[in-house]
Design a binder for this molecule. Sequence first.
Ligand SMILES: *Cc1c(COP(=O)(O)O)cnc(C)c1O
Length: 358
Amino acid sequence: MQINRTYTSRGTSIDVASIGAFGSQFADKMFVMKYNEGLGWHDAAIRDFEPFVLSPASLVFHYAQEIFEGQKAYKWEDGRIVLFRPEMNVDRFNKSAERMCMPVIDEEFFMRILMETTWENRDWIPQKDGYSLYIRPTMIATEPVLGVRPSSEYIFFIINSPIGHYFSEGYKPVNILVSDGYVRAVQGGVGEAKTGGNYAASLRIMKDARKKGFTQVLWLDGRENRYIEEVGTMNMCFIREGKLVTPALTGSILHGVTRDSVMVLARHMGIDVEETRLDIDEVCRDIDSGKITECFGCGTACVISPISGLCFREKIHTVDGGKIGKITQSVYDYLTGIQYGKIKDDFGWIREVTELSG
Ligand SMILES: *Cc1c(COP(=O)(O)O)cnc(C)c1O
């Protein structure tokens, strides 16, 4: 399929100093294509970043048939533009699509869309350590009908947002609140899909957490309210007796690209890795006794977020004095080193974006 260029904007670019809160400003071009049952995907175009005109009856507004992805483009010191393991996002997007009864996108074409859109917005990629262009592929159900069923029409789009650090606190350890009662996802639900409703459902407790002074919430499993799942938009990792432990993917946890990369890098650094069930009471005990020495969240947006302590049932369990752990720091340095071209990529994770890729 041909990707048309219909944009009119030219010459605007990013001023690094003006980058504000995460995802609060946007590159001036976006990718859009449409889907109709029987016709498939059509009318692919890179056009000006502009509003959509949609019927108020569009299915997405009523029943939340929506999925998205989150990835980043980096501009290296030598001017090269790269993506990090983009095929993992493409694969996960199509898995989310299948779960939500939405049409998939040919993987090769998806990669081309990512490359070409990133290239067209290349002047919006901040060239600075810790900064990047956030890429948000999204699909919404647009058929105007109020019956509850899969839509026969969709819009797929990609918008880009120049970003700095995810948390306003920067790379600083934070305490997080363990949810005791509210759940994010259950087995058989849609926790593995990156679908909007998961995040709408998390707002209530996020609001309570903020009021109590916490920026993030740690979710326990939906059945027994006992096993650690994940945090907001991050997967969880602990260092327990020198070993990296992380909750196994049980069906309600999002399969994070960063989680996978952290496990690969840790093993490469000679650290044992274990995917297992983590009982919250046991974890709190191990934190208090010093068996657990480090704790961090990991996700594309925040990369690695050191966690200084867990607040569970009104009691704060501080991890080793609340400082950034040694392993946390080395994993962060290794991962960001690869992403920013400072360390050789021995894993085949980097994909360069060039004009020829378009
Ligand atoms: C996106 C996301 C993650 C992190 O996944 P990455 O691929 O590492 O960015 C973790 N948990 C949830 C709920 C997410 O939405």
